[in-house]
Design a protein around this ligand. Structure first.
Ligand code: TNX
Length: 572
C-alpha cells in the first residue's frame, strides 16, 4: 500500500471500492471545506464531474464520505489527537467488483469513508486517500482517460506522534517566489506536515514588507552580489539578488496553508543577523557606519543596538508581523549574536547600568525578555533558537534546539526547565547539508545527511526522562539557502529527506529503514507525478550533479560530521 508516512495501523481488506465520473463527496457541514478541496483536486486530475453532497448523499458512481465527529474548526497548531482519522475503503456488494466501465452499471460501488474528530483529521484522511489512488491522480490535469478508479479495500487508523511537524525555509539568503511557498505547502501537507517556518530576515536580505519602515524592502530586500562557489573561496558573483513579499502575499500564503491545515510560523531574526535592517536604517546599528546589505555568508558582527529607537522598531515590526500571521507562535531568532559591538559601545554599557545587567553579555537575554513581553501582550508565545536558552529564556518560550554540539543538551535542559522544545539537531535536520560526501553532489554548505541518516532521528533526547517527553513538541526539516538559489534546487535538497522527516514526525517511535525504503521507492512515483526535482536514491542525475571549484568540492572541506552521542546504530 506504500503509505508514507506510515499510519499507526492499517489492514488491507478484500475487494475494491470504485470511483467514477459523477462520483460524489458526501460531507456534513463541519467537513465541507475539506470536501471541496478534495473535490477540486480530483476534478483536476481525473477530468470527471465530482459532486459535493450532504452527509447522506448517495451515488452509483462512487462515494467518499467525510465526517467530522467532534466540533469542526481549524486550529492553528492542532495537537495529535485532534489530527487523528479513520479511513475505511469498503467494497460494494459482491458482483460489482467484476464490472467494467462505469461503476454505475452495477449500482454498488462501495464506499470510502473518512471519520475524524476535527477538520484537520479529515484532511489527513484525504491525504492518505490520495496515496491510495494511482499516482497520476496527483497531476494537475488528466493524462489517462479513466472510466473509473478501483481502490483497494483497507481499514486505516491513524494519528500523529508529534503535534509540531515542520518544514523550514530560509527565504532571506535567497528569495523564493510566493508560488514556491504555495507549492511547498501542497507538498509538505501531502506528507502530513503541519507547519511552515519562514525565516524572513537575515543579514543578506529582508523579505517582509513593513508599512512603518518602507526602507526595509526598498533597501534591505536587495543585495549587490553574493558569494560565487563556497564562501570560503572568497569569490563574488557580481549579480544583484533580492525580492520581498507584500503583506498581502504572506496573508495569501497563510490562508492557503490554513486550508491545508498548516500553520505558518514567521521568523524575524533578532538581535543578530540584522545587517539588512541596519543597512536600511543605520540608526539601528551600533557604529553609525553606513553598511550595505550583506554580500557574504556567515555570522555578521553588525548587530542591533538596543536603544529606545531600535526597541521601538522591533516592537512595531512584530506588531505588523502579528497582523499578518495569526498563529500563537512568533519566532524571533536569537541565534549567533556576537557581542563585540555591544562591548565597545558606551550606549550599550549605559543601557546595562540602567536596567541592572552585569554587562553586555547579558543583553541578549534582556532583549529576548522584552520581545517575549511584546508578544505576550498580544497573546503570542515566543520561539527562539537554542542560544536564547543559555541566555536565560523567558518563561513559556519555545526553544528550537539546533546546534550540533549543543542541541541535545539544551533540548534536555530546556525541557527540565519547563520549556517546550522543538528538536532540529543539525546532523539530521539540516537539509542544506549535502546528501553525501560525493563530488557529484551540488555545492552545499557541508556534508552530509543521507536519507537514512534523516530517517534515523529520534527527536526525544536520550537523557530526557519520560515525564518530560511531552515537552518535545516535535521536529522539522530546515532548509537554509546560502547555497540553494532556486526552487528546483530547494526541491532537490528537501526530497526525499523531507519524506523521512515526515515519517519521523508523524509515525511512532518504532522505525524500520527497510520498510521505509521500499515505501519510498513507490512514493517516488507520486513525486514524479507532482514534478518534484527530488534526488534519486542512487544519486543525482547528470542535470542535478555539479562539480565545483577546480575539481574540488569546497563545501565538503569540513568533512563529514562526527558521530554524535545522540545518535548511533540502534537509535531507531
Ligand atoms: C546556522 S540555524 C544558522 C543559519 C545558517 C545555518 C547554515 C541557525 C539558527 N543559524 O543562519 O544559515 O547555520 O546551516
Amino acid at each position: 500500500m506504500d503509505l508514507l508516512p506510515r499510519p499507526l495501523r492499517y489492514r488491507a481488506t478484500s475487494g475494491t471500492a470504485v470511483l467514477a465520473d459523477g462520483m460524489v463527496i458526501a460531507a456534513d457541514e463541519a467537513a465541507w471545506p475539506v470536501a471541496c478541496l478534495l473535490a477540486s483536486e480530483l476534478e483536476a486530475s481525473t477530468g470527471w464531474r465530482v459532486g459535493r453532497g450532504g452527509p447522506d448523499a448517495q451515488s452509483p458512481n462512487g462515494i467518499v464520505r467525510l465526517r467530522v465527529v467532534g466540533r469542526g474548526q481549524v486550529p492553528d497548531f492542532p495537537g495529535p489527537e485532534r489530527e487523528a482519522y479513520r479511513l475505511s475503503v469498503r467494497p460494494g456488494a459482491t458482483g460489482s467488483a467484476g464490472a467494467t466501465g462505469s461503476a454505475g452499471a452495477t449500482g454498488s460501488p462501495g464506499v470510502i469513508e473518512v471519520t475524524a474528530p476535527s477538520l484537520a483529521g479529515a484532511f489527513y484522511g484525504t491525504r492518505t486517500l490520495r496515496q491510495l489512488l494511482p499516482p497520476d491522480l496527483l497531476r494537475s490535469a488528466p493524462v489517462n482517460a479513466r472510466a473509473e478508479v478501483r481502490v483497494q479495500g483497507v481499514e486505516v487508523e491513524d494519528r500523529p506522534r508529534f503535534g509540531w511537524r515542520g518544514v523550514g525555509l530560509d527565504v532571506a539568503r535567497h528569495f523564493f517566489p510566493k508560488d514556491f511557498l504555495l507549492r511547498l505547502v501542497d507538498l509538505a501537507s501531502l506528507h502530513k506536515l503541519n507547519l511552515l517556518h519562514l525565516h524572513l530576515t537575515d543579514d543578506q536580505g529582508w523579505r517582509f514588507q513593513v508599512n512603518a519602515y518602507p526602507r526595509l524592502t526598498e533597501v534591505g530586500a536587495w543585495r549587490r552580489q553574493s558569494p560565487a562557489g563556497h564562501h570560503r573561496e572568497g569569490r563574488k558573483d557580481g549579480t544583484p539578488h533580492g525580492g520581498f513579499y507584500t503583506q498581502a502575499d504572506l496573508a495569501e500564503v497563510v490562508a492557503y496553508a490554513r486550508q491545508r491545515h498548516m500553520a505558518v510560523l514567521p521568523e524575524v531574526d533578532m538581535p543578530g543577523h540584522m545587517q539588512a535592517a541596519i543597512a536600511s536604517y543605520p540608526e539601528l546599528g551600533n557604529t553609525g557606519e553606513r553598511l550595505e546589505v550583506g554580500t557574504d555568508w556567515g555570522v555578521s558582527e553588525h548587530v542591533l543596538n538596543l536603544g529606545p529607537t531600535a526597541m521601538r522598531f522591533c516592537q512595531e515590526v512584530l506588531g505588523e508581523l502579528m497582523d499578518v500571521f495569526p498563529g500563537p507562535y512568533v519566532h524571533v531568532g536569537g541565534d549567533e549574536c556576537p557581542t563585540a559591538e555591544w562591548q565597545s559601545s558606551a550606549e550599550a554599557r549605559q543601557l546595562c547600568a540602567r536596567v541592572g545587567l552585569a554587562g553586555p553579555h547579558q543583553l541578549q537575554g534582556w532583549f529576548t525578555a522584552q520581545m517575549a513581553e511584546v508578544l505576550a501582550a498580544n497573546g503570542r508565545r515566543l520561539v527562539g533558537w537554542d542560544e536564547i536558552f543559555d541566555a536565560g529564556a523567558p518563561t513559556g518560550s519555545v526553544i528550537m534546539a539546533w546546534e550540533r554540539e549543543r542541541a541535545w543538551r539544551v533540548g534536555t535542559q530546556a525541557a527540565h526547565a519547563g520549556h517546550d522544545v522543538v528538536m532540529v539537531p543539525e546532523p539530521w535536520c539540516y537539509f542544506d547539508w549535502a546528501y553525501a560526501e560525493d563530488p557529484r553532489e551540488p555545492l552545499a554548505i557541508r556534508a552530509g545527511i543521507s536519507v537514512e541518516q534523516a530517517y534515523g532521528l529520534e527527536p526525544v533526547p536520550k537523557d530526557l526522562e519520560a515525564p518530560y517527553e511531552q515537552r518535545v513538541l516535535g521536529t522539522q526539516g530546515q532548509l537554509w539557502t546560502e547555497y540553494v538559489p532556486t526552487p528546483r534546487h530547494a526541491e532537490y535538497m528537501y526530497f526525499p529527506r523531507l519524506c523521512a522527516l515526515a515519517e519521523v514526525a508523524w509515525s511512532g517511535r518504532e522505525r524500520e529503514w527497510l520498510s521505509f525504503q521500499s515505501r519510498l521507492e513507490a512514493h517516488l512515483a507520486r513525486l514524479d507525478a507532482l514534478g518534484v526535482n527530488y534526488r534519486p536514491l542512487a544519486g543525482p542525475t547528470p542535470g542535478q550533479a555539479r562539480t565545483w571549484g577546480r575539481g574540488l568540492h569546497p563545501g565538503l572541506h569540513d568533512g563529514p560530521h562526527a558521530p554524535h552521542p545522540g545518535w548511533g546504530p540502534g537509535a531507531y
